[in-house]
Design a binder for this molecule. Structure first.
Ligand code: PRT
Ligand code: MG
Length: 224
């Protein structure tokens, strides 16, 4: 079990982030017969009850979900592929692509910046991003030299104020880019959220986890 503090007793702990992942996971939980009885948007509680006394929900930052599950503080969780690629996936099973919170990881620049030309000329680009691992891999695979600038949010601001030439960020409608006069110049990958399960928990609590994994799998293939 390594340094995992495996969540005690036979109860299950699910790690979710507030917002789109929580909202999109609710129908999957309901398909498994689990109803969250508290609302994280109105409650200040960080541990939420469900209709099943054996299942509780931890509310954590989206980028912290893999860490809680890796160390066994949560038995399972839901995290975006963007977040999982940065985390590295150590100690996690990723049995199901849930097909929720879908978006894409893209490169965007100021509307006036000729990205293709800069790349062709072999220019060294300053790229601001929260996703340094994915960005590094992407530009290395293209043979583009970049200086990565790590940010923790509001990446869209960086090109506007001259902090960077480009950003790597997740995009869904593209409205935020448009509102800030930025243009998406390259799609790196499609992103969706995965079910992640602590490897030790899957062995020790298989009887409880397996039906939930199967219900999630079935319900997620029915997603529009
Ligand atoms: O907000 P916080 O800093 O705590 O973390 P987070 O932004 O990682 O969490 P959250 O809850 O916003 O997102 C959780 C997961 O949802 C991400 O890891 C992605 O896998 C997925 N997802 C899907 C998105 C989006 N769509 C999305 N649009 N995550 C973020 N966005 C951001 C985007 O970066 C942009 O700044 O929303 C903004 C608006 O997007 P547009 O294109 O619709 O305007
Ligand atoms: Mg966010």
């Amino acid at each position: 079990m390594s340094i995992a503090t495996q969540s005690t007793d036979s109860g299950l702990i699910l790690a979710l982030s507030k917002g789109r992942i929580f909202e999109d996971t609710l129908p999957l939980l309901e398909a498994a017969g689990i109803v969250v009885t508290e609302n994280p948007e109105t409650s200040r509680k960080l541990i939420l009850a469900t209709n099943d006394p054996g299942v509780r929900v931890l509310i954590v930052r989206a980028s912290d979900v893999p860490t809680y599950v890796q160390y066994g503080a949560a038995d399972f969780g839901v995290a975006g592929k963007d977040v999982l690629l940065e985390h590295g996936g150590e100690g996690l099973y990723q049995p199901v692509d849930l097909n929720i919170a879908c978006c894409r990881m893209s490169v965007a620049v100021n509307a006036g910046f000729d990205y293709e030309n800069a790349v062709r000329q072999g220019a060294r680009l300053r790229v601001a991003t929260k996703f340094t691992h994915t960005a590094r891999e992407h530009f290395a695979s293209k043979g583009v030299h970049v200086d990565l600038i790590k940010l923790y949010g509001s990446m869209e601001l960086a090109p506007l104020v001259g902090l960077s030439d480009a950003i790597v960020d997740v995009v869904s409608t593209g409205n935020t880019l448009r509102a800030n006069n930025l243009v998406e110049v390259e799609k790196i990958m499609e992103i969706s959220s995965r079910l992640v399960v602590n490897q030790a928990a899957l062995k020790l609590k298989r009887a409880r986890l397996q039906p939930i994994i199967e219900a999630f799998e079935k319900a997620s293939t029915l997603q529009p």
